[in-house]
Design a protein around this ligand. Sequence first.
Ligand code: GLU
Length: 622
Amino acid sequence: MDAQVALPASIKTRNTGYANQPPLQRFLNSCYQEFRGDDSGAVADYIPELKKANPAHFGIALVTIDGHVYEIGNSAVPFTIQSVSKAFVFALALEMVGEERVAAAIGVEPSGEAFNSIRLTNDNRPFNPMVNAGAIACSGLIHQVDGAGAFDRILAKLSQFAGRELAVDDAVHASEVITGNRNRAIAWLLRNYSVVLGDVDAVLDTYFRQCAVLVTARDLAVMAATLANRGINPVTGVQVITPHVVASTLSVMTSSGMYDYAGEWIYRVGIPAKSGVGGGIVAALPSQLGLGTFSPCLDSHGNSVRGLKVCEALSARFDLHMLNRSADVRTCIIADYDIFGISSRRSRQPHEQQILDEHHSDVRVIELVGALNFAAIDYVTRRLANEPPNAPLLLLDFRRVPDITAAGARLLGENLAILGNLGVTAILTGFEATSPVSEAIRARTAEVQRLRRFVLLDDAIEWAEDQVIYRHGGFTPVKETSHLGEQALLAELSADEIAALAGLSAARAYESGQRIIRAGESANSLFFLQRGLVSVKLPSGVRLASLGPGMEFGEMAILEPLRSADVWADTAVECLELPLDTFTDYCRLHPQIALKVMRNLSALLAKRLIVANAKVDLLSAY
Ligand code: GLU
């Protein structure tokens, strides 16, 4: 098939011009071009009104789970949904009356017979909800709850799936009411076995109306994408149905969705689908896409000829068979390290740094990435179990994890509970208050001892460092004040030289929360912190460093004309500010001071570079 085929203006797609169409749009265009010439099959005629369908109509729509709509041809032409409704009404029945009551009324076995077969199972239930008997039973269950309001309930649900208000084709409805004697027979048979209760005609009318709901190929694609997206309509963002009901619905679509072609279909195409005699097909590939096609000519099984071809071509071309999946769980860990050479951005006092250097393996950091399922978390737990001894502080980073399955969260919770009992403190990062991943994990880790949660990795590493320092007896309250001689930038200067610089500086005081330096301003002074704590932050809020007494900031002014970051007072702060021009003038008279300061500055920068390089090295190793 030629994916580059040029299209006549009449079938220009609504979404994109020709110049830069994504490959999937081009592929759908080429399907449209190739299959529109296939005139085989026949329009359904057993409901007289359906005979009026235009056999030339052909529309394709594909909706991704991020809500992008691809469409081509007559994707906006309305037609009646017919049996495609059965999948969605089954979902509604499950939601309304629960699995048990549905199972008591309707089976889930493929019947191997035509959609309108009157045969029931040995225990007198419809074989499954995708044949007429099962669908009528579903309408009956909803009717038991809602009575005369049953159809409105169904229409509202179908509309939610489609993301717009749907309506009924009254002519098709009336036509089926007149000719639907076979369905009437099925309904009375079900009434006889008490599968359908109450007013049979009202139940039947609910069913006939549901089949006469007007949809477009685009609607079907959105409906399918909602199933593919665990019940959330990707266009409207509305949670239409629970993930559990979605799985039940896709199951019966897989085994019985394509009439008596269901086995062949799942073998060849491998995507849960449902078709209807109006010419529509929905196909939902979980977590990937929803497809809707419309073309009224049907084959001998009752499936749309062209729609079938589109599905087959799409599946074959992009290898979409649902059972042909591959995933390497090992990609879920992008980094696994201890804190050797890696530190939080809090600058430590020398004796604290020494403890951290000696006990770097006390903190293990595992950075996770991607959607995590049962198999991925199992891999993580084995990786933790295989490499004893356990670090007493285990940091699991979820910042790059957009999703975790319920099974994955459960396995994680169990593993953290075991580690907690062994004395390991687990620290989880990437925890936003409202994210679904955080909620899923929080629910499964409520009982875990010693668990800590942080938003930022850096804050978590800082906390873990504090624990290491504390456990090894090095925890001293942050130094209150410092003498200028302790500044690393002024190392090797004589007492007189230091006194001289102090004399050239002005004492400054700031309140907690005050900004001391603003990024972008001209850099014309250096600061020596004597009391309190400051943080150096980028304007985005990312912290570059936290500093305490005895540390300098703004020292880059010696090299750069503009401030590159903000500096904020985290507590009440006292410091000395040395104007750059005064310093430069003084250095001109005392070049040996300039030499020492520049050497000290180079040493400070070299240290930062070494830390930065260690991080680059660490991440490129994965
Ligand atoms: N309303 C149609 C019937 O019950 C639906 C059949 C179908 O689409 O399979 O006969």
